[in-house]
Design a protein around this ligand. Structure first.
Ligand code: AMP
Length: 434
């Protein structure tokens, strides 16, 4: 059997690849209005970055990372050697850690500077069990804003995210925006201990994983899909009852700004998100129907401690990432189709082989003038050439034969209006462009 794409990956065929480009362009346009500029970071980083930045106890780091080993290092490992930290590399499972690493490495937020606003779009890699809306290589578009802790940053990012979904055509009423505050170093440790104690009280009912989480990462129990755990967690202590005064005021300000902007949201005190680095605001956008369990199309939050984790000076930050494939599923559930590909402006058909070189030159002149132009490359009959022109959606067809070449003019047929006119060969490019 012919070799297939690896499990959990997907080819983007031309119609979809064109849509993905358009999706990224829409993001650049919408986020650009808010001052976000593009950044490109490597697809792999030192494993250590993700361990320190995302957290060793998270599913993403403990179970889902693809670790990349060069041929030479693989040989070294098989021979019983060990790798230096610098040679331990992993494919990026998310975008934030790499961007924050770049911000620290290049000192993009010097002390006292205005916040830096960055956006990225590209593939992420997680060794998850593939299913609808869950791939091993998937694409995210995301933003990071570093250098400011004001609630206006949080609110503006959430408003921008919702505007992006609207711009790509996801209906407002198909989505639900959930918000929460995860507290800070001053109030979260006490809350975490409360949840730990609560988990220990109910250990007899909890799944094995949640019993383990009580030790390593109690808040992660809120994400457990086991129905018994979900029932117990519904009555667990709520972070919003335990926030310190500063976090409470910050959270209130974010909610007030969202309400003022007319953005509908639901407060969800059980929203903890899967990564360790969040502080204060967290949010997630879910699709109401059609995506089953993988209904989160985007999410993010504030991470005021992350730069320190990767060795930088304290710099508050906030970011989000949205999943392209799940947005596409949401759009398809709402009945959207890929937009029709751009048409061919002119197709040059050859009456016989004697004019092939002249036809080639004419097609090239049209392209040089900026038009999408094409011709047959397989010596098809004139009838088949017309069929091909149709298939390519050609706006104009011109039929070139020895007579046309001798006269220096050609019939240009408009395929929509069926109008035909004789035009000088030299004028074809300027007539079909634009
Ligand atoms: P996260 O970094 O887990 O918050 O993910 C942000 C967004 O990326 C999610 O809301 C999803 O839309 C998307 N996403 C995360 N993991 C996957 C995956 N394995 N396959 C497809 N999309 C994903």
């Amino acid at each position: 059997m012919a070799i297939q794409a690896p499990e959990g990956t997907k080819d983007m065929l031309p119609d979809e690849a064109a849509f993905w480009t358009q999706f990224k362009n829409t993001a650049a346009e919408v986020f650009g209005r808010y001052g976000y500029a593009p950044i490109e970071t490597p697809l792999f980083e030192q494993t250590e970055l993700f361990v320190r930045g995302i957290g060793e106890a998270t599913d993403v780091v403990s179970k889902e990372m693809f670790t990349a080993i060069s041929g030479e290092n693989l040989k070294k490992l098989l021979d019983g050697g060990t790798l230096r930290a610098k040679s331990r590399l992993s494919l990026r499972p998310e975008g934030t850690a790499g961007v924050v690493r770049a911000v620290v490495q290049h000192d993009l937020v010097p002390q006292g500077a205005a916040p830096v606003k960055l956006m990225y779009a590209g593939p992420m890699f997680r060794a998850e069990r593939p299913q609808k809306g869950r791939q091993r290589q998937f694409n995210q578009v995301g933003i990071e804003c570093l250098g400011a802790e004001e609630p206006t940053v949080d609110a503006e990012a959430i408003i921008m995210l919702m505007q992006f979904y609207a711009a790509v055509g996801i209906p407002q009423d198909a989505m639900r925006l959930l918000v929460n505050s995860m507290g800070c170093d001053a109030c979260r440790p006490a809350y975490r201990e409360k949840v730990r104690a609560y988990l220990q009280e109910h250990a007899d009912v909890l799944c094995d994983a949640c019993q383990g989480r009580a030790e390593t990462n109690p808040l992660r129990a809120f994400d457990c899909k086991n129905p018994d755990c979900a029932r117990i967690m519904a009555d667990a202590p709520k972070i919003t009852d335990c926030l310190c005064d500063d976090c409470r005021a910050h959270y209130q300000a974010v909610k007030d700004l969202l309400a003022q902007a007319g953005v509908a949201f639901v407060e969800d005190p059980t929203l903890v998100r899967g990564l360790d680095y969040y502080t204060r605001t967290v949010f997630e956008v879910q699709v109401v129907d059609g995506l089953g369990a993988q209904n989160a199309i985007g999410g993010g939050g504030r991470y005021d401690k992350l730069t320190e984790e990767v060795g930088g000076r304290p710099t508050p930050g906030l970011g989000f990432a949205l999943g392209y494939e799940r947005c596409l599923l949401a759009l398809q559930a709402a009945g959207a189709e890929f937009p029709a590909p751009e048409r061919c402006a002119v197709f040059v058909a050859c009456v016989d082989e004697t004019v092939r070189a002249q036809a080639f030159a004419l097609v090239q002149a049209c392209r040089n003038a900026g038009a999408r132009a094409d011709m047959d490359h397989q010596r098809r009959s004139l009838k088949s050439q017309f069929k091909l022109a149709d298939k390519l959606g050609a706006r104009h067809v011109c039929v070139l034969g020895p007579d046309e070449v001798a006269a220096g003019s050609v019939t240009l047929r408009d395929m929509q209006t069926h109008e035909e006119r004789m035009v000088p060969l030299a004028e074809v490019p300027s007539l079909v462009v634009g």
